[in-house]
Design a protein around this ligand. Structure first.
Ligand code: MF3
Ligand code: CO
Length: 250
């Protein structure tokens, strides 16, 4: 399958799905505190998605069981909400949400500190990861390449002494959750597919405090750091337009 470019009308629809994802994430963020379970967040998100008139994108996708991915501490991505996972002061939690509205997908993620006791070096991990996302977004311009996006993310992360995960990547998005091209958080400037007007990319740096290596747990979903260090994840959907990058998940 080739890379699908979207018309202005399609990008408008994606802005609507993106806006719903943002409202769900804002709601979930407001609920994150010590004592809450990741299943509490899942239930709140499912209710919110329904209220806003959209459908969850992850539930049922390759048999994934939930509307959110909730990845705590050394979990990188694809943590499955659970009644048994109680958030504690000092944890960090990545929340990833996707929805579909009127045939078009939106997908975004945030990482949130739990309580006020998160160590300063972990706060820095969150700040650097989010800033690296914006470095990548800045490169999502007509005539640039996929490698320009990845290189910008990687350089920002590594300059801070953290590492980017290689096993999972961002993706094109539109009438399917995952479209071409893959969008790695590493790469070489000028390499990879050329960006054209109307492409929509889900850019999603996954950044480890320690070494980059990842493995998947026995539940077949939860990706964790091999060295046990904590990991952060931020994601936006971004349209490549003739006026520059436009974030659809605001
Ligand atoms: N944002 C993630 C992604 O783009 C979440 C997918 S979880 C899944 O891959 F359950 F839907 F697979
Ligand atoms: Co994604």
């Amino acid at each position: 399958m080739a890379i699908v470019c979207k018309s202005a009308a399609e990008i408008d629809k994606m802005r609507r799905s993106g806006h719903i994802v943002r409202q769900v994430l804002d709601h979930v963020r407001s609920l994150v505190k010590p004592g809450v379970t990741t299943m509490d967040l899942e239930r709140a998100a499912e209710k919110k998605i329904k209220e806003l008139g959209a459908k969850p994108a992850f539930k049922g996708y390759y048999d994934y069981p939930c509307v959110l991915c909730t990845s705590v501490n050394e979990e990188i991505v694809h943590g499955i909400p659970s009644e048994r996972r109680v958030l504690r002061e000092g944890d960090i939690i990545s929340v990833d949400c996707g929805v579909v509205l009127d045939g078009y997908y939106g997908d975004a993620a945030i990482t949130v500190p739990v309580g006020n006791g998160v160590k300063p070096e972990l706060k820095k991990l969150l700040e650097v990861t989010e800033a690296s996302l914006y470095r990548g977004i800045e490169q999502a311009r007509v005539g640039n390449s996929i490698g320009d996006v990845g290189a910008a993310v990687q350089e920002h992360v590594e300059a801070a002494g953290f590492s980017v995960v290689r096993e999972f990547v961002g993706h094109g998005i539109g009438t399917r959750l995952h479209e071409e091209p893959q969008v790695p958080n590493f790469g070489n400037r000028g390499h990879g597919a050329r960006l054209r007007e109307g492409m929509v990319l889900a850019i999603e740096p996954m950044v480890n405090y320690g070494k980059p290596d990842a493995r998947v747990l026995g539940d077949k979903w939860t990706a964790v750091t091999v060295d046990g260090s904590f990991s952060a994840h931020f994601e936006h959907c971004v349209a490549v337009t003739k006026d520059g990058p436009v974030i659809l998940t605001q």
